[in-house]
Design a protein around this ligand. Structure first.
Ligand code: ZN
Length: 537
């Protein structure tokens, strides 16, 4: 039909209709439909996520698509074939809640340290007791702590002592076994690979000792080759390495014997690999009874926090990747002798891959699409900005880019002369914003801008529910999922003590349940208002 033939009366009918639609749209805007109420553990918590995956990479992908701050944990099943693990995605607080409620099914639980995630320094220490009758584990731990603290001061200028180190014990008659987790004031490592390199570097003298002993045994030592390597290393010193003095201290206290009577190291150097599973506080290995508890000689006391029990504070402190972005200094150790393969984006200028301070260099994260997007933000106005460094904060799902050369700051509305800016990509909110290194812009955070559709992880990854091969039943057992209608979550039963001593919370939840049963649904907005009132008391 041609517009020219529409009669005037018809035109006015259309006009009325349009008005009605506009009125409707306005009323919908003023009174939005309530979103479905999602159960929460307690009022101040975000809604819950509890998903189980047969494979680690599926679980990791899922956390990145999730709007909530969730993390991957590995669970070892009792009586399962050796080493078989399933992967749980949930929040720290929810894990802690069910960890206490179902100690049987969650007793062999590991934190997955995601590749590239900012993390604390951690140690796995052990020796076979019968093979080391004369060894005093406690004093070895104490000497190691002192040594690492001295090195942190020497290399990074960071002051710390045994009071900053959570010391966990899971020793048995057979084995001395400890975990140390360093809770530094406003400093953490870029990722566990950097932690491993730093620890390798500071323990080099004693590592060399073990190596030369075994070389002597094999009678094939080649000192000339070693000297050549050393010269190559010296020519490419990073600032950290220049501050690092060659250690003359006696580190022989770190030497222990294995079951075969050979020299080996008290420090397990094998725990600094990507996606490493690190056993949790209060967990034991499958088939064993020795769970990690706070060691007798532990000196770390977590700061008390509201609504968090002392035990939960220890649990939160023990999580290697539980590091907040705010005010954090990121430590790196870039050993030049290791040539990491560089995954280069086509438009990225190559600098020295091993040195993050390089002026022309470009550091690329594992998220190539995001890197490319960030580069489009800092390559305009005739300036070729670069990614000087990136850090991934798994706890908050933030990817933080330190930008080189491009210094436009939203706070001052112009380019800074010398101070650099940061671009922060928030995977949870699917937004990016700018922050600034200029002292005047210290607390500034720009508006949030949506990430382009094509790099939103939730867009890339639409999870197939069939991937969830396991569910947890009401008694806390993990079972292969039969149908998709199976309950994915444990029942919300009120376990004695599970709510702490906050009786108000219990009463609050009861009345909430009652209200829900009678009234159907509560809007999130209303709930938030109530929660805000409750939390500000
Ligand atoms: Zn600024």
């Amino acid at each position: 039909m041609n517009e020219a033939f529409i009669s005037p009366s018809r035109m006015s009918r259309w006009g009325d209709r349009l008005k009605k639609i506009e009125q409707l749209a306005q009323s919908f805007q003023q009174h939005p439909l309530t979103t479905r109420y999602k159960p929460r553990l307690w009022p101040c918590q975000p809604s819950s996520v509890w998903k189980l995956f047969p494979r680690q990479n599926m679980a990791i992908s899922f956390t990145q698509s999730c709007k909530e701050a969730v993390h991957v944990f590995a669970l070892e099943k009792e009586k399962a074939s050796l080493g078989q693990r399933i992967y749980l995605v949930t929040s720290y607080s929810e894990l802690w809640h069910y960890y206490r409620t179902y100690p049987q099914s969650l007793m062999h639980c590991y934190e997955v340290i995601p590749e590239g995630a900012v993390c604390k320094i951690y140690f796995d220490l052990e020796f076979h007791k019968p093979s080391n009758r004369g060894s005093d584990g406690k004093s070895m731990v104490s000497l190691l702590i002192q040594y690492v603290c001295d090195k942190l001061m020497e290399v990074y200028g960071i002051k710390c002592s045994a009071k900053n180190i959570l010391n966990l014990d899971s020793s048995t008659e057979e084995k001395f076994s400890r975990h140390l987790i360093f809770i530094l004031q406003n400093a953490a490592f870029k990722d566990n690979i950097h932690v491993g390199k730093f620890i390798h570097a500071i323990l080099q003298p004693v590592i060399n000792k073990i190596k030369s002993d075994s070389d002597l045994e094999k009678e094939n030592s080649s000192p000339t080759e070693n000297n050549e390597n050393r010269e190559a290393v010296v020519s490419e010193m990073t600032p950290e390495m220049k501050r690092f003095k060659r250690e003359e201290r006696d580190l022989s206290f770190l030497l222990v014997k294995n079951k075969d009577g050979q020299n080996c190291l008290f420090v397990d150097l094998g725990v600094y690999t990507k996606n490493r599973n690190f056993r949790l506080y209060k967990s034991s290995k499958a088939g064993r009874n020795a769970a990690f508890t706070v060691a007798e000689d532990n000196e770390f006391v977590p700061e008390p926090a509201r609504r968090v029990s002392a035990e939960e504070s220890v649990f939160l402190a023990s999580l290697v990747c539980n590091v907040s972005f705010t005010g954090q200094r990121i430590l790196t150790w870039d050993a030049p002798e290791v040539n990491r393969p560089q995954t280069a984006a086509p438009q990225c200028q190559q600098g020295s891959a091993s040195n993050p301070d390089t002026v022309s260099g470009c550091q690329l994260s594992p998220y190539q699409e995001v890197d490319n997007f960030v580069l489009t933000l800092v390559r305009k106005d005739g300036i070729q900005g670069n990614i000087r460094r990136w850090s991934y904060f798994a706890a908050e799902q933030l990817l933080v880019y330190d930008i080189n050369k491009y210094r436009w700051c939203e706070n001052v509305g112009r380019f800074h002369k010398s101070n650099n800016i940061m671009i922060i990509v928030d995977f949870k909110e699917e937004v990016w914003y700018q922050k600034c290194h200029d002292p005047d812009c210290r607390n500034f955070r720009s508006s949030s801008y949506p990430l382009p559709r094509e790099i939103c992880v939730s867009y890339i990854l639409s999870l197939d529910e069939e991937d969830q091969a396991y569910v947890m039943d009401e008694t806390g057992n993990f079972e292969p999922s039969q149908t998709r209608n199976n309950s994915e979550r444990p029942a919300e039963e009120a376990t004695p003590g599970a709510w702490g001593d906050e009786r108000d919370d219990q009463a609050y939840l009861e009345s909430l349940n009652e209200f829900e049963e009678n009234s159907g649904e509560i809007s999130d907005q209303l709930l938030l208002t109530c929660v805000d009132d409750g939390c500000s008391q």
